[in-house]
Design a protein around this ligand. Structure first.
Ligand code: BES
Ligand code: MN
Ligand code: ZN
Length: 510
């Protein structure tokens, strides 16, 4: 992982591969952003003019490299676009800084060390720049044989930026130190979630995922319990077992528990962990299954958030539930028409084996409910319908409490994640009525994301506040990288979950 430090060093004498500065889009051309004054002076105040000559406008995501002023120890200045100049008396949004730092770090792959002189006004801004740099520097090369044997032919041909130095902050200031520590913990765990998502499903089986969780739990003083297929059988987890029945790789339910002696609230997080979703007997056609290793992104987010909460010593109890199974067709697979007896005791007629996420979640949600947490939040790549509704960058939020749903959308926005509140319309419930069982796992096709939410609601214990995050759109980026978001696993919802844990600790949520 990229190292992150604060420095007060003078920019001219800094030994680095590049100095990163911000350039905004002004009414009459590019404008050099605050933080880069010393750099601009070294160009005799001509940096904006040079950038304009090079065709830079200051648009978001734009990256321009130029030779550093003479006398600088660093050879290169990298100007990253910040978009519009803020209104009078306003500063650049933290998310603008995060994305700019990410785009810069991405463009600096192959470099050892970069110094960031972006317009960070306070400790929170510095944290955003740091987080953006660490997230933007991410790359997944574990399966590039050439990368292991020396790095020459790794992705992009280059190793990720090794060290990011934040200029203009206060290294001795408590708030700055805390912001950097938070950025490092969140980004490292989020990047680990990305690694899990990107790991091919022949390697990341439910048992392998559980083993990773066990090792991390041990390292960070988190209690961990893994239910294997025998324990699941004994416990009556019909949903998780039913989904995993067709696979040679048996399912698991992992319980992670971080507790703080200063906590008086408990937040339960539940993640969908389908290590591969073939659709099962209701097999997905080619074109719809190539990226389905990403179907454990919810569990990866929950795992990352619990570890981050532990690393940050948040004053809240956080329990993470990872519902892990592989959805495969075989002679032992659950068939459309089968009825499963769920952990809650309810029976479910499986009409479509591709609606498997709700089945594993149902067991985990009921199990989580038994412990009577103050709130439950589940995260899942649950429906294609949510992708059709909100696109590839926004996750849907459903809840059994409107205020809680609103608080989650707000928390997501605070940390730079896009989400949107979605309803749970009562009239869609009857579409899941089954002639045979208590409920079917499928209902009306229209509003499929909401139908899935209504199904999950049936497995929440009485009186428990609950929200459901459908991250099917933003979990996996099949397009080009942007800002701090790479191709492949994105780590969607990790930052929102960490923020929810922080808000719960502060007594500001639920
Ligand atoms: N894992 C998929 C949903 C998904 C789709 C995630 C696209 C990421 C990208 C889920 O298990 C699924 O197959 N859902 C079905 C449900 C349907 C059969 C009721 C769907 O959305 O088509
Ligand atoms: Mn499916
Ligand atoms: Zn799925």
């Amino acid at each position: 992982m990229t190292a992150l430090t604060l420095s007060t060093a003078a920019v001219s004498g800094l030994r680095a591969d590049a100095i990163v500065v911000g350039v905004a889009k002004g009414a009459k051309g590019p404008v050099v952003a605050p933080g880069a004054e010393a750099v601009d002076q070294a160009y005799d105040g001509g940096l904006a003019g040079i950038l304009e000559t090079l065709g830079a406008a200051g648009a978001e995501g734009e990256v321009t490299k130029l030779p550093a002023p003479s006398g600088f120890k660093a050879p290169v200045v990298l100007a990253v676009g910040l978009g519009a100049v803020p209104e009078k008396d306003e500063t650049f949004d933290a998310e603008i800084l995060r994305r700019a730092a990410g785009a810069a770090a991405r463009a600096l792959a192959g470099a050892k060390k970069a110094a960031f002189a972006l317009p960070a006004q306070d400790a929170a801004d510095a944290g955003a720049v740091g987080e953006g740099a660490l997230l933007g520097a991410y790359s997944f090369d574990a399966y590039k044989e050439t990368a292991r044997s020396g790095g020459k032919n790794a992705k992009n041909g280059k190793a990720p930026l090794a060290e990011a130095v934040l200029l203009g902050g206060k290294p001795r200031d408590k708030a700055y130190k805390a912001a950097v520590e938070r950025a490092v913990a969140v980004a490292e765990e989020l990047n680990r979630a990305r690694d899990l998502i990107n790991t091919p499903p022949n390697d990341l089986t439910p048992a392998a995922f559980a083993a990773v969780a066990q090792a991390a739990a041990k390292e960070h003083g988190i209690k961990v319990q893994v239910l294997d297929e025998k324990a699941l059988e004994k416990g009556g987890y019909g949903g998780i077992l039913g989904v995993g029945a067709g696979s040679a790789a048996a399912p698991r339910l992992v319980r992670l528990s971080y507790t703080s002696s200063k906590a008086d609230k408990t937040l339960a997080l539940v993640g969908k962990g389908i290590t591969y979703d073939s659709g099962g007997i209701s097999l997905k056609p080619a074109g719809h299954n190539e990226t389905m290793k990403c179907d454990m992104s919810g569990a990866a987010a929950v795992f990352a958030a619990v570890v981050a909460a532990a690393r940050l010593g948040l004053e809240v109890n956080v329990t993470g539930w990872l519902a892990l199974a592989e959805n495969m067709p075989s002679g032992s697979a659950t068939r459309p028409g089968d009825v499963l007896r769920m952990y809650s005791g309810k029976t479910v007629e499986v009409l479509n084996t591709d609606a498997e996420g709700r089945l594993v979640l149902a067991d985990a949600l009921w199990r989580a409910s038994e412990e009577k947490p103050d709130a439950i939040v589940d995260v899942a790549t649950l429906t294609g319908a949510m992708v059709l509704a909100l696109g590839n960058r926004i996750f849907g939020v459903m809840a059994n409490d409107d205020a809680f749903r609103g608080a989650i959308v707000e928390a997501a926005e605070e940390v730079g994640e896009e989400s949107w509140p979605m309803p749970l319309p009562e009239h869609l419930r009857k579409g899941m009525d089954s002639p045979t069982a208590d409920i079917a796992n499928m209902g009306e096709r229209m509003g499929g994301g909401l139908v899935a939410g209504l199904f999950l609601r049936e497995f929440i214990g009485e009186g428990i506040t609950w929200a459901h995050l459908d991250i099917a759109g933003p979990a996996f980026n099949e397009q080009g990288p942007f800002g701090y978001t790479p191709k492949g696993g994105t780590g969607s919802a990790v930052r929102t979950l960490v923020r929810l844990a922080e808000l719960t600790a502060a007594g500001d949520l639920g």
